[in-house]
Every structure is written in structure tokens, then in C-alpha cells.
Design a protein around this ligand. Structure first.
Ligand SMILES: Cc1cc2nc3c(=O)[nH]c(=O)nc-3n(C[C@H](O)[C@H](O)[C@H](O)COP(=O)(O)OP(=O)(O)OC[C@H]3O[C@@H](n4cnc5c(N)ncnc54)[C@H](O)[C@@H]3O)c2cc1C
Length: 233
């Protein structure tokens, strides 16, 4: 959406020249199907095109993308997000699954080697691969280590992972979307907010990320949730 705004500003086109596509039935289903439905309605209303079930990419040329299902779309610029792939050095280890992601329980501990922890994209349980979920897992690992060292009781430390997708995306023109969802993991929350407050949150997150060399305080998530879901301007 920010690309559509940018193209409008540059007088090189607009949303009707953008096609979003997915190899599967639904794009970004891990954000929650209701949210995806609203989002696609919004994008479609702006004029963007959407193609699903295109399967794999067969061929890329300077001006087209050819899909395995036989469809071809014209595209001067293509943005492709490939599948998650584990680092080579993790493949074939006794702590890894068949793809090279580290197996853990919901306390982020490897069941065979309980002194091995994983958090973030390398952990098999992290689906989708999101920094926000890695952050939630890193806190669990820290509490488990504190427990092992005798600094925290089991009651306080043994807080199993309950992942939440939190995502804020710049839409251009001073607006952004905010998603908080846990339906992919069996929860009931599926919140989508669009407006100027999420945009301000995105920009302040950027400032904080750069100022603190990527170290974001956990309180940021709580503040973002309050601001995006309760302040309407
Ligand atoms: C375009 C894009 C947009 C994203 N947007 C969002 C978003 O809006 N919200 C969100 O929550 N998440 C987002 N993510 C996902 C987020 O960036 C990742 O989930 C997060 O960075 C994972 O952190 P990590 O520490 O687990 O892994 P990484 O950040 O990948 O860190 C792994 C580190 O290990 C290093 N490494 C690799 N091999 C070796 C080796 N052999 N020896 C030593 N070091 C090695 C790598 O260089 C890297 O520094 C986005 C990702 C991408 C690509």
C-alpha cells in the first residue's frame, strides 16, 4: 500500500498497477483469516489485483512472472518473499528437525538436550518467523536460565509460549495498519486498526530501533497495543 502511495506521488501509476499473489489458497493466513479478508477488501477497493493458488514460480523475465498454474502477469518490479530456510550448519544436528530448525518444547528447551535452548527464526516452533515472536521466546529462555541458576521459582519461570502476531505496516500518506492476532495459534483475538496512530507507532519504533541498536524494550508492545486499540484520531 505504501508502494501504491509512492507511485502516486511519483506520478508513475497507482494501486491498479500492483498485483499481490500467493502460491497457496490465502495470503498471510497466519495473521488471521478475518483480518486477511478485510485487508484484501481494502486493497481491492483501492484497485489492487490479487491472485491466489498460482503455485510455484516457473520463470521470471524482465517484464513478466510465469507461474506453474499457467498464469502470467506483467511486472516490471517483482518483490518475492521466499520460504524460510534454515542455516546449513544447523541441518542434520541431533537437536534439529528434518529441515534444520531447532526442536523445542513451549519453554524453548530441546527435549533431548534440556541445556539447549532456541529462540527466534531458528526455532521450529516459531511460525510465522517474526521478530515479535522471537522476542516473546527470548524472554522465556531468560526465565528458564534464571530458574536453572536458582534465581527464579518454577512457578514464575514456567510460562509457556503463547505466540501473538503483532505487525504494523506503513501504508503511506501518514497512515499504517496494526494487526494483533493469535487465532493461528488457537486464540480468539483478531484486531485490525488502520490510521494515523499506527503510523506514529511505526515511525517511533523505527527511531527507537536505530537509537538503541535494535534493542527494543518489552514495554513497547504494551504501549503499542494500548495506543493502537484505544486512541482513535
Ligand atoms: C523484509 C522483512 C520484514 C520483516 N518484518 C517484520 C515485522 O514487521 N515484524 C516482525 O516481528 N518481524 C519481521 N520480520 C522478521 C524478523 O526480521 C525476524 O523474525 C527476526 O529478525 C529473527 O531474529 P533472529 O535473531 O531469530 O534471527 P536473525 O535476525 O536472522 O539473526 C541470526 C543471526 O545469525 C547470524 N548467523 C548466521 N549464520 C551464522 C554462523 N554460521 N555463525 C554465526 N552467526 C551466524 C546471521 O548473520 C544473523 O545475524 C521481517 C523479516 C524480513 C526479512
Amino acid at each position: 500500500m505504501s508502494m501504491a502511495t509512492w507511485m502516486g506521488e511519483q506520478k508513475t501509476g497507482g494501486p491498479e498497477q500492483i498485483t499481490i499473489f500467493t502460491p497457496g489458497e490465502t495470503i498471510a493466513e497466519d495473521a488471521g483469516l478475518e483480518i486477511v479478508k478485510k485487508f484484501l477488501g481494502l486493497a481491492g477497493g483501492m484497485g489492487m489485483k490479487y491472485k491466489n493458488n498460482v503455485q510455484d514460480i516457473k520463470k521470471l523475465t524482465a517484464t513478466t512472472i510465469e507461474f506453474a498454474n499457467g498464469e502470467t502477469i506483467d511486472a516490471e518490479l517483482k518483490i518475492l518473499l521466499p520460504d524460510w530456510v534454515a542455516h546449513d550448519f544447523l541441518k542434520g544436528l541431533p537437536i534439529s528437525d528434518d529441515q534444520g530448525f531447532i526442536i523445542t518444547d513451549l519453554l524453548m528447551r530441546n527435549p533431548k538436550y534440556p541445556n539447549v535452548f532456541a529462540a527466534g527464526d531458528c526455532a521450529a516452533v516459531t511460525v510465522p518467523k517474526l521478530g515479535a515472536i522471537g522476542h516473546q521466546e527470548a524472554e522465556i529462555v531468560a526465565m528458564q536460565i534464571a530458574k536453572d541458576l536458582g534465581h527464579l521459582s518454577a512457578e514464575k519461570a514456567d510460562q509457556k509460549l503463547e505466540p501473538v502476531v503483532m505487525c504494523i505496516g506503513d501504508m503511506g500518506a501518514g497512515k499504517a495498519f496494526y494487526i494483533r492476532s493469535n487465532v493461528w495459534f488457537g486464540g480468539k483475538d483478531e484486531v485490525l486498526e488502520i490510521g494515523r496512530v499506527p503510523y506514529q507507532l511505526k515511525m517511533r519504533y523505527r527511531d527507537m530501533f536505530i537509537a538503541n541498536s535494535g534493542r527494543i524494550p518489552a514495554i513497547g508492545l504494551v504501549l503499542a497495543q494500548f495506543a493502537a486499540e484505544h486512541i482513535k484520531v
